[in-house]
Ligand binder design. Structure first.
Ligand code: DX5
Ligand code: ZN
Length: 218
């Protein structure tokens, strides 16, 4: 389906060459650029912060889709918005006041997303649907690229599609998306697919040609 956005996660790109890697994936069909921010506290890994987002911003002509796997979230929203994030997604599990967090994201001028870990039911966002632009269904436990897709989450995507109705809310799926799992979540109603290892595998800064083939295969 042509209306499905492909959002490569630069977590699987060459960290020493983000600018070139981003330009390559955009030239080869990426719709959004997915940036995985991890704090070593909410998830057991560390990645990057607002300064890195600001540095890559000039290389992005599509959409900077920032996925915050951090807790707390609120003290950093302004910094990520100023760094040029178009979409800022916070986890519903990241703190007791997700409603306030989502208000702050929109207040800072970005689109607001809410992410759900695999163990969190769809119903946890039922009262947030009118204040978000995106819901992200994690199909792995967040923290690392290259993990195995958790099939029980396909039903969650279907349930969210029903709950969202005709609201203009994207359903993004993140984790283990590849040519075998993408059709399952697309059929269930997802319209934005994050893919890290499946996009970057087989290519390199020196030879990014496989990125385009990998994107088209998803
Ligand atoms: C996981 C991240 C994902 C990850 C996806 O914590 O949120 O965006 O990079 O990587 P793959 O596609 O390799 O599962
Ligand atoms: Zn992500």
């Amino acid at each position: 389906d042509r209306s499905i956005k492909i959002a490569p996660s630069i977590l699987s790109a060459d960290f020493a060459a983000f600018g070139q890697e981003i330009e390559a994936i955009e030239a080869q069909g990426a719709d959004w650029v997915h940036v995985d921010v991890m704090d070593g506290h909410f998830v057991p890994n560390l990645t990057f912060g607002p300064a890195m987002c600001k540095a890559i911003r000039p290389h992005i002509t599509t959409v900077m889709d920032v996925h915050l796997m951090i807790s707390p979230v609120d003290p950093y929203i302004e910094a990520f918005a100023e760094a040029g994030a178009d979409i800022i997604t916070a986890h519903v599990e990241a703190g007791p006041h997700i409603h306030r967090t989502l208000q702050a994201i929109r207040g800072a001028g970005a689109k607001a997303g809410v992410a759900l870990n695999p163990g969190t039911p769809a119903e946890h966002v039922a009262h947030l649907l009118d204040m978000i632009d995106l819901v992200c269904v994690m199909t792995v436990n967040p923290g690392f690229g290259g993990q195995k897709f958790i099939h029980s989450q396909v039903e969650k995507v279907r349930r969210l599609r029903e709950m969202i109705g005709d609201r203009p809310v994207h359903i993004e799926v993140d984790g283990g998306v590849d040519p075998s799992t993408a059709p399952l979540v697309a059929a269930a109603g997802a319209d934005a697919l994050v893919a890290g290892s499946a996009v970057f595998k087989g290519g390199s800064v020196g030879d990014p040609a496989p990125y385009g083939r990998n994107i088209r295969a998803i």
